[in-house]
Structure formats: C-alpha cells, structure tokens
Design a protein around this ligand. Structure first.
Ligand code: SF4
Ligand code: SF4
Length: 86
C-alpha cells in the first residue's frame, strides 16, 4: 500500500470494490469515483480523521488517524480554520 502524499493516507486500488463509502464519509471530499473504483483525487486535503478507513470494509485504505486530526483541531483553534474531525 502506497503513501499518497503529505499525510499518512494510503490506498490500494486492487482491494477497492467501488462501494463508494469513502466518497460519502470523507468530510474533505478526498475521494471521488473514477469508473468502478475510488480514486484519492484530492489526497493532500486529508486531515487523517480515519473515517474512510473505518468505513472501508475491504481494507483498501490505511491512514494513521489521530495526530493529523489533533493538529487540524489546533490549527482550527489558533488559525481560525474550519476543521471537522468526526
Ligand atoms: S470504501 Fe473502500 S472499497 Fe469502497 S470505494 Fe472506498 S476504497 Fe473502494
Ligand atoms: S482520513 Fe478522513 S479526511 Fe482523510 S481521506 Fe479519510 S475520511 Fe477523508
């Protein structure tokens, strides 16, 4: 499973069944459907909340949830950004 960019998000397209759950649950719309598979089209927007991993029943997504989310919350608190970590 490959790291995608500036965060810990990893995606294995071979395991993806195209169920679409990651597209639905991601608060930052990181994934989109591309044909019959998901694609991490906006991977650098990931805040490592873990929702996609928790909702992918096929093990196609890995992310080290926690630190990134905490950092995002702090950034929101001190930087005035609107961050969702649900
Ligand atoms: S939740 Fe998993 S199996 Fe479903 S579309 Fe996303 S990556 Fe593919
Ligand atoms: S960890 Fe959260 S923000 Fe990142 S891709 Fe998954 S659902 Fe989206």
């Amino acid at each position: 499973m490959e790291y995608l960019g500036i965060n810990t998000l990893r995606f294995d397209v071979k395991k993806c069944t195209g169920c679409g759950m990651c597209v639905i649950v991601c608060p930052h719309r990181v994934f989109k459907m591309q044909g019959k598979k998901a694609a991490p089209a906006w991977k650098d927007k990931c805040i490592e909340c873990g929702a996609c991993k928790s909702n992918c029943a096929f093990g196609a997504i890995e992310v080290d949830a926690g630190p990134g989310c905490a950092a995002a919350v702090l950034a929101a608190k001190f930087g005035g950004k609107n961050v969702c970590c649900e």
